[in-house]
Write a protein that binds this ligand. Structure first.
Ligand code: CA
Length: 219
C-alpha cells in the first residue's frame, strides 16, 4: 500500500512518515503543493494525507485539481484551522475525512485503514478468502484459524491481491506498493515473495498470468 503525505511542517511530516512506515506502508513525503502534483502525476497511490496550508499551492487546490481529473483516491485532510467552515469546504472539495492538528498518530492509522477498507467495498475490517483471513489492524494473516508467520512485504503483496480479487495485478503495480522512491527495487523480488506466499498459504491461492502478472480469483 503506497501512501503520499503532503505536509510542510518538517517534524510532523517526518513523524507521520515514520509512523506509517512502521505500519508497513510504503510512504512518499513531499512538502509543497506543486511537489504533490508532480508525485500524483508520476505514481499510483492508494491514499493521500494532505495538509491544507502549504507553500507554492494550497492543499485545497491540489485536492480540487485531483478530483477534476477524475481521480477518486481516498484523501484525508490535515488542518490546523479548526473552524467548521474549513472542514466543510475541505469535505465539499472532495476530501473523504479530516483530522484537526494536533492529532494522534494511532487515530490517523485507524482512519487510513477505515478508508482503504471502504474503498475495497468491505464493511468487515478482516478480509476473508476461503480458509485465509487477513487483518489490516494487526497486520496478521491466518490459515484455517492458525496464525501464519508473514513478512511485511509478503503481507503487502497479499493485501493488494486480496483487495483486488478478480483483477490481474502487474508486477510493477505490486512493486509500487512495496517501495517508496528511496528504496531500490530488486529485479526478482515480487516473484520471491509470491513463492513464499504460496508455500505458506497454498500453491493454488495466487495464479500467475504469464507475461501479465498475478491474480487471486474471487471465491
Ligand atoms: Ca502547513
Amino acid at each position: 500500500m503506497r501512501i503520499l503525505i503532503v505536509e510542510d511542517d518538517h517534524l510532523l511530516g517526518e513523524g507521520i512518515q515514520t509512523g506509517l512506515k512502521q505500519e508497513g506502508y510504503a510512504v512518499d513525503w513531499v512538502e509543497d503543493g506543486e511537489a504533490a502534483d508532480t508525485a500524483l502525476m508520476t505514481n499510483n497511490y492508494e491514499l493521500m494525507v494532505l495538509d491544507l496550508g502549504l507553500p507554492k499551492k494550497p492543499g485545497l487546490e491540489v485536492l480540487k485539481d485531483l478530483r477534476a481529473k477524475g481521480n477518486d483516491m481516498p484523501v484525508i485532510i490535515l488542518t490546523a484551522m479548526d473552524t467548521v467552515e474549513d472542514r466543510v469546504t475541505g469535505l465539499d472539495s472532495g476530501a473523504d475525512d479530516y483530522l484537526t492538528k494536533p492529532f494522534d498518530l494511532g487515530e490517523l492509522g485507524a482512519r487510513i485503514r477505515a478508508l482503504l477498507r471502504r474503498r475495497g467495498g468491505r464493511s468487515n475490517p478482516v478480509i476473508e478468502h476461503n480458509n485465509i483471513k487477513l487483518d489490516p489492524a494487526s497486520h496478521s494473516v491466518s490459515k484455517d484459524d492458525e496464525p501464519v508467520d508473514i513478512s511485511p512485504r509478503e503481507y503487502t503483496i497479499l493485501q493488494l491481491l486480496l483487495e483486488n480479487r478478480g483483477k490481474v495485478m502487474s508486477r510493477s503495480r505490486l512493486e509500487e506498493g512495496l517501495y517508496a522512491w528511496n528504496n531500490e527495487v530488486e529485479s526478482n523480488t515480487v516473484e520471491v515473495h509470491i513463492h513464499h506466499l504460496r508455500k505458506k498459504l497454498g500453491s493454488e491461492l495466487i495464479r500467475t498470468i504469464r507475461g501479465v502478472g498475478y491474480i487471486i480469483d474471487k471465491p
